[in-house]
Design a protein around this ligand. Structure first.
Ligand SMILES: [Zn+2]
Ligand SMILES: [Zn+2]
Length: 325
């Protein structure tokens, strides 16, 4: 099961020539989850090899304009294409009020949409994983999101299964799913006899906009990847405090405290280069990357390697055109 993160927009507050404001796409198997939808997100998607696909779910972290201004335009485009597929929009308390005001902009749609207001501590159970919104420190209602995969069954011990006389075929499948089987000669074989210890799933955490926060560190404990905002460097620490944002060093300390495997910094203020942010963070937490728009982080299962930044991993080759649905 593939799991990766596409950095659709990585600048903080306003677009720059190189970076679009915040949007992050998480891909797990065939699922596509969009987190935040800043101005220009639909065009960013069109410029990537993802395309402007019929997203089923959009998650907002909070209601600052640099995180949702792309939503009315995208909803409208879906309607112009005659979309019928329902869409669900998740966000913190206040989502319904926000959408009531935006409705005047996007008008009537050709498809139903559902709004779900979330609180820290809620859990969205999915097939194979869960989404856990947690409190960020950024104004009165801001959320981060943790994607936590279920434990996987242990490794199947083929030699033991052979010794026990389990024939190849459906019996082995059942045992791998954790179910006991009865063999042709009437003997019972329990899953525990042929499976190793359960293996951890992967955890991906998106902080959203936030000042350094214990709640973020807790959510990120042992995560494979933490995507954390780093709007400033330490020379603007005071400004970071006033605006409830983080410096690169602060984000790095959170990563260090929570023991994540890889830290990805995003939401960069236009006054810093990626190099400034990266240098400051790496002094504290060497496993830090600062993705550009269209970079991808691939997150393999732990036994298959480390999470890895793939530069321009979602950039559309020149002259190619992206899928539109
Ligand atoms: Zn922001
Ligand atoms: Zn904000």
């Amino acid at each position: 099961m593939d799991l990766d993160v596409v950095f659709v927009g990585t600048s903080g507050s306003m677009p720059t020539a190189q970076r679009a404001p915040t949007a992050t796409l998480v891909r797990r198997g065939g699922e596509r989850l969009l987190f935040d939808c800043a101005e220009g997100t639909q065009r960013q998607l069109l410029r990537s090899d993802v395309g402007l696909i019929e997203l089923r779910e959009v998650f907002l972290t909070h209601f600052h304009a640099d995180h949702f201004l792309g939503l009315p335009g995208m909803l409208k485009t879906f309607a112009l294409r005659g979309r019928e597929l329902p869409l669900t929009i998740y966000g913190p308390r206040g989502l319904e009020e926000l959408m009531r005001s935006l409705r005047r902009i996007f008008g009537r749609l050709t498809y139903p949409y559902e709004l779900v207001e979330l609180e820290p501590g809620d859990v969205l159970e999915r097939s194979g994983y869960r989404l856990e919104p947690f409190a960020a420190r950024h104004g009165y209602s801001a959320l981060g999101y943790a994607l936590v995969e279920d434990e996987r069954p242990g490794r199947f011990d083929v030699a033991t299964a052979d010794d026990l006389g389990v024939p190849p075929g459906p019996e082995r499948g059942a045992l791998q799913r954790g179910e006991p089987v009865t063999l042709a000669d009437g003997r019972m074989v329990a899953a525990e006899q042929v499976l190793g210890p359960a293996r951890a799933g992967r955890t991906l955490v998106l902080s959203g906009d936030t000042a350094p926060a214990r709640s973020v560190a807790n959510a990120a404990a042992g995560a494979d990847v933490l995507v954390h905002e780093a709007t400033f460097c330490e020379d603007e620490a005071e400004r970071a405090r006033e605006t409830d944002h983080s410096t690169a060093a602060e984000a790095a300390r959170i990563a260090l405290d929570s023991g994540v495997r890889l830290l990805a910094l995003t939401h960069l203020s236009s006054r810093y280069s990626a190099g400034d942010i990266e240098r400051e963070a790496r002094e504290i937490f060497p496993e830090t990357v600062v993705p550009r728009d269209f970079d991808v982080i691939e997150i393999p299962f732990p036994e298959r390697g480390r999470p890895e930044l793939v530069k321009s991993g979602a950039r559309l080759p020149r002259h190619a055109s992206a899928p539109t649905s």
